[in-house]
Design a protein around this ligand. Sequence first.
Ligand code: SF4
Ligand code: SF4
Length: 375
Amino acid sequence: MSLEPQSAQLLTSEGLDQLLKALRRGGYRTVGPTVREGVIAYEDIDSVEHLPRGWTEEQSGGHYRLRRREDDALFGYAVGPHSWKAFLHPPRQRLWRARGDGDTVQIERESPDRQPLALIGVRACELQAVAIQDKVLLGGAYGDPHYRARRADTFIVAVNCTVAGGTCFCVSMDCGPNVATGFDLALTELAAAGLPAFVLQSGTPAGRKVLEEIPHRPATESEIAAARARVQQTAQHMGRQMPVESLPQLLLRNLEHPRWREVADRCLACGNCTMVCPTCFCTTVEDSSDLSGQETSRTQRWDSCFAVDFAYLHGGSVRQSARARYRQWMTHKLATWHLQFGSSGCVGCGRCITWCPVGIDITEEVNAIRASDPG
Ligand code: SF4
Ligand code: SF4
């Protein structure tokens, strides 16, 4: 987002509260960050009082702790274990139900959820992750009608990052920390600069329309400069770097590299990295019947390429070892995703590093392979 002086506005935290209320009056379900069970989680919120005021977090490989900040920032952290895919492409989605009475069977397709979503506090890497999921789930002959219905009316309030997480590397992936496109409104928080307010940009007519309902004023040059400085500072403090140069070629010519075995010795094949990843989209379906046998339903649920059954073809799983599964995950994210969807499958959010129980770090794995690449 370029903070253009002629269009940047200033919004107070009371103004943000009114924005939430205006969105709810407009029929939106407002979802945003809040503190829950020791993490920043995304949940239904209806007031700024639900936001994680004065909290930040500490993140490293396999480690996450909330910490108090010295100010009252509402968005003074990076990202927690949740991502917006839990709302746009939920972990479980019933697809249809069938009821039988012995003679006839009635099949009822699940209708898409029509309540529009307003996502509050979406970071630059997360906007890119939503754009990636759009490409996968909206496009082609196999688009997901439930996802399409949710995305059709999604209102996005983005937030430029003013603090980098210990495992973030969005700068390497060219995905952050400042938002560029894909938002209705974008905020840059000034709390760390001593002002309980936000520099605000609108990105769409829908954003400008909601803005008419809430109090704001043009931002001053010094407020805009303070906002820019915070985001630039964030870019200089990334927790990690990913060496992206010729990365697909590097990985694809090293499919038999000994490092895959070394990482597999540590990998538990738990699938956490795929569950927390905002771009992973794979699903499976389960059928279940009630005890009377009169009703059955089919449910789509998230799946993971770390599950043995995920790669089950006729005669058994084609990826029996953790080595094969880790290699599949990482080479898909960073190499074959480019061939399939025209971009990387990684946005540098760092969640897979933080939430890996043994602290496996995707940037470290790439560096290890690069260090001994025969070329
Ligand atoms: S890399 Fe870590 S999070 Fe991913 S499956 Fe292996 S142990 Fe689990
Ligand atoms: S692979 Fe890891 S760092 Fe990249 S988008 Fe997924 S969770 Fe984030």
